[in-house]
Design a binder for this molecule. Structure first.
Ligand SMILES: [Zn+2]
Length: 107
């Protein structure tokens, strides 16, 4: 029996958004607080708490952005689509207590 070797190597996006936040990033695993299922990974740039999810930082990046961020497992609505005005950048504003996160260790 051959074990499939799945190596998910995440390349951080390095762009002006990242530079504007200090030039470093962490990889977060995001889970639905309601059903505890992971729904995506996320490149968090810079310090501070996670208030919104920029769609270009979601892994995998959504191919189309719906108005609401919905848990694919329990259908709970986790956030609402906004445009972050300062950067004219689409993002999901997270509802308080809807999403849990943990830092993914990168080697
Ligand atoms: Zn859920």
């Amino acid at each position: 029996m051959k074990k499939k070797n799945v190596k998910t190597k995440i390349e951080f996006k390095k762009d002006s958004y990242r530079r504007a936040r200090g030039g470093y990033s962490r990889l977060l695993e995001l889970t639905c607080e309601h059903c505890k299922k992971s729904f995506c990974q996320y490149q968090k740039d810079g310090p501070g708490i996670l208030k919104r999810l920029y769609t270009d930082r979601m892994i995998p990046e959504p191919t189309r952005t719906s108005k609401q961020l919905v848990c694919g497992n329990c259908d709970r609505v986790l956030g609402a689509l906004i445009t972050y005005k300062k950067e004219d950048r689409p993002a999901y504003r997270l509802f308080v207590g809807a999403v849990a996160k943990r830092i993914v260790k990168s080697k």
